[in-house]
Every structure is written in C-alpha cells, then in structure tokens.
Design a protein around this ligand. Structure first.
Ligand SMILES: NC(=O)c1ccc[n+]([C@@H]2O[C@H](COP(=O)([O-])OP(=O)(O)OC[C@H]3O[C@@H](n4cnc5c(N)ncnc54)[C@H](OP(=O)(O)O)[C@@H]3O)[C@@H](O)[C@H]2O)c1
Length: 248
C-alpha cells in the first residue's frame, strides 16, 4: 500500500456513539487519521478501542464542547499528532428536555445552545489555525431538518406540529452560523446536513431520539461522509440530506 506523507485527518465531536461513531468508522476505513472527540474519556476510549480493533488509526481526544478549557486542551492534544487538520465534523448535539415555548426556561434553552450553538463555534474557532494550513479544509456541521425555517413552516412536515423551542432554534442558529462562516472564510468549505431523508420524513435511530428513527446510522451518516470528502472545488454553504439539497 502506498502511504501519502500526510494522511487525511478528521476530528469528530461526540464521536463515542451514534452518528459520530459511525462517521469515525467510515472515515477511518478510508485510511484517514481519526481524532475521536468524547466528553467522557472512558466511553470515548472504549469506542476508539473498538475502531482500533477494526484496523482504524484513531486517537481519542477528551472534548466537552461546552467547555473553553476542554476545547483548548483538545487542540493541544491534536497538535501532538499533527500540524494540520483536514476535516472537522461538529457532530456533538443535545436535545435537552423537550419543552413547548410557554414552558421553556432560559436555563434549559441556554444549556442546549451551549452544546449545539456555542459548541461548534468554540470548536471551529479553536481549530481554525490547524484547518487553515490544510490543503483542502472542510468543516461539516451536523444540524437537523427541524432547524430549517422552510420545513418547520411546512404543514405537511412533522416539525411544523412539534411544539419545542430550544433544540429546533439551536439548529436554525447553527444553519445561519454555517452560512456566515462559509461567507467569511471562502478558503474553507463549510456545509451543513441533516442525518435523515426530508422528503420521506425519515430520521436516524440513535439515543437522541430513543431509537425511534427509521434509518440506520450508516444511512444517516451518508451526508456527513459526502460533505467530509468533498474536493477543494466542492460546495460551501449548502444544506443537504442523504437524498440531496435541503431548503434552509
Ligand atoms: N438521529 C437523528 O435522526 C438526528 C436528526 C437530526 C440531527 N441529529 C444530530 O446528529 C448529531 C449526533 O446525534 P446522534 O443522533 O448520533 O445522537 P447520540 O447518539 O445521542 O449522540 C450525541 C453525541 O453528542 C455527544 N455530546 C452531547 N453533549 C456533548 C458535549 N457537551 N460535548 C461533547 N459531546 C457531547 C454525546 O456524548 P455523550 O455520549 O457523552 O452524551 C454523543 O456522543 C447531533 O448533533 C444531533 O442533533 C440527529
């Protein structure tokens, strides 16, 4: 096998389970160097050991996206292995307690935003120096169809009748954040995806939805892999699912 001098590297937040772990497996099986972020080092190391057993080059990185210190420490740890990062997958996410607007508390909304909104900003900004020196840097934001203003206002779509405040608005914010990064940093590809099939009203069975989804993590991670593997001439500021473009 011919080894390139710099194997493609990817950091995946929330890589210990669900879509993050499946993304780590699939990118790792492409021969990439995987940095598997996990807020719980024990669960993260168990997941990394599982991938190592499959022949994947993986390093577990303790990473709580709600902590500035944890994110700063993660940069130091990744720098011990590489001087560049090709792909960042901002996958970590929290649903929080599902509360209708009238019942929502600012504390609960803040906690969901800390993970889903401030988390990707913290991690992206901290890793920008490593991304900037890569040949074809890509940032993949794992959002949700429920964060689409078009889908949330389409009465034929389930999110239109799902009375919830924190999670849906956090993903809407993440969508705009992705657009703003893409516009400001054209040398980096920033794209966003929902791990489902909007046209078929399907999402992915994971812990975040008590495994009520209809798709497997392999199917749900298809758009993550697609956006993580785009070339330097690939799109930026796009929103997709595994079937194609999704409306903002
Ligand atoms: N499943 C779907 O159909 C669906 C649909 C739309 C969007 N999404 C998005 O997909 C992403 C992955 O979710 P999933 O479906 O794979 O659910 P999951 O299995 O519950 O995974 C969520 C991951 O996020 C991690 N996480 C939560 N808070 C964190 C924090 N503060 N710091 C670091 N990691 C943290 C979790 O770590 P712990 O194990 O430590 O809790 C876990 O690894 C999320 O952003 C979610 O919003 C999923």
């Amino acid at each position: 096998m011919t080894m390139t001098p710099h194997p493609t590297s990817a950091l995946i937040t929330g890589g210990n389970k669900g879509l993050g772990l499946e993304t780590a497996r699939r990118l790792g099986e492409l021969g990439w160097t995987i940095f598997l972020g996990s807020r719980d080092p024990g669960r993260g190391q168990a997941a990394a050991d599982h991938l190592t057993g499959r022949g994947i080059n993986v390093t577990m990185i303790p990473l709580d996206v709600t902590s500035d210190q944890s994110v700063a420490d993660a940069v130091v740890r990744v720098r011990q292995h590489t001087d560049r990062l090709d792909v960042l997958v901002n996958n970590a996410g929290a649903a929080g307690t599902i509360m209708a607007p009238a019942e929502a508390t600012v504390e609960e909304v803040h906690s969901v935003y800390d993970t889903n909104v401030y988390g990707p900003i913290r991690v992206t900004n901290a890793f920008l120096p490593l991304l900037r020196v890569a040949d074809n840097p890509r940032v993949v934001m794992v959002s949700s169809a429920i964060g689409s203003l078009t889908i949330a206002t389409d009465p034929t779509q389930p999110p239109a009748t799902f009375h919830e405040l924190a999670y849906s608005s956090s993903k809407a914010a993440l969508n705009m954040i992705t657009i703003r990064y893409a516009q400001a940093l054209p040398e980096i590809r920033f794209n966003v995806l929902t791990p489902g099939e909007v046209a078929n009203r399907k999402y992915t069975a994971t812990d975040i939805n008590n495994h009520t989804g209809q798709l497997t993590v392999t199917e749900g991670s298809d758009p993550i892999i697609e956006l993580a593997t785009i070339g330097a001439d690939g799109p930026t500021a796009t929103f997709i699912d595994r079937l194609g473009p999704v409306p903002w």
